[in-house]
Ligand binder design. Structure first.
Ligand code: ZN
Length: 145
C-alpha cells in the first residue's frame, strides 16, 4: 500500500490524498486531471494576453494606432486599425486548435470580409520568436490599403 499525504488542490481548493510517489512531480498540487487541464488553459490564456500586450507595444513604437479587443458583431478581434479597415488576430496555439475554435474563427473572418475589413492572422510563435517580422507584416498590410 502506497502511503499518502493530504494536500489542498491549488485549483479547486478541495483536500485530496496525494501518494508519496507523486510528491515533487509536475502538477502534484492538483487533485485531478480536470484541475490540471483548467490550470493549463488559464496559463495559456495569460501567456497569450501578455504576448498581445507586448505586440501592441511594438506596433505603437512603429507608429501604428490601433484599437485592442475590437468588437465585431458577436466577436472580439485582438487588434483593429479602423482608419484602414484592417483587423489583426494573434493565433495562439492553445486557443485555435479545436474544430469549434476553428469554425468560430472562420465565421469571424467571414463577417469581417462582409463588412469590408481585411483580416490578417499572425501566428503566436512568430510574435514570440520574430517580433520584428510580425510588426513588419502588419506595417506592410497597413500601408498597402
Ligand atoms: Zn482540484
Amino acid at each position: 500500500m502506497t502511503p499518502k499525504v493530504t494536500r489542498t488542490c491549488a485549483r479547486c481548493g478541495q483536500a485530496f490524498a496525494l501518494s508519496r510517489a507523486r510528491v515533487g512531480s509536475p502538477y502534484a498540487s492538483f487533485c485531478s486531471n480536470e484541475c490540471i487541464t483548467a490550470h493549463k488553459v488559464q496559463l495559456a490564456h495569460l501567456r497569450s494576453s501578455d504576448l498581445e500586450r507586448l505586440f501592441g507595444d511594438h506596433l505603437r513604437e512603429a507608429g501604428l494606432a490601433f484599437v485592442a479587443q475590437y468588437p465585431l458583431g458577436p466577436y472580439v478581434v485582438d487588434l483593429a486599425f479602423p482608419q484602414v479597415r484592417l483587423l489583426v488576430e494573434v493565433d495562439g496555439e492553445a486557443y485555435h486548435s479545436s474544430p469549434q475554435a476553428q469554425a468560430r474563427d472562420d465565421r469571424k473572418e467571414q463577417l469581417a470580409a462582409a463588412e469590408g475589413w481585411r483580416f490578417l492572422r499572425i501566428p503566436q510563435f512568430v510574435i514570440e520568436r520574430h517580433p520584428q517580422e510580425a510588426v513588419r507584416t502588419v506595417v506592410e498590410a497597413y500601408l498597402s490599403s
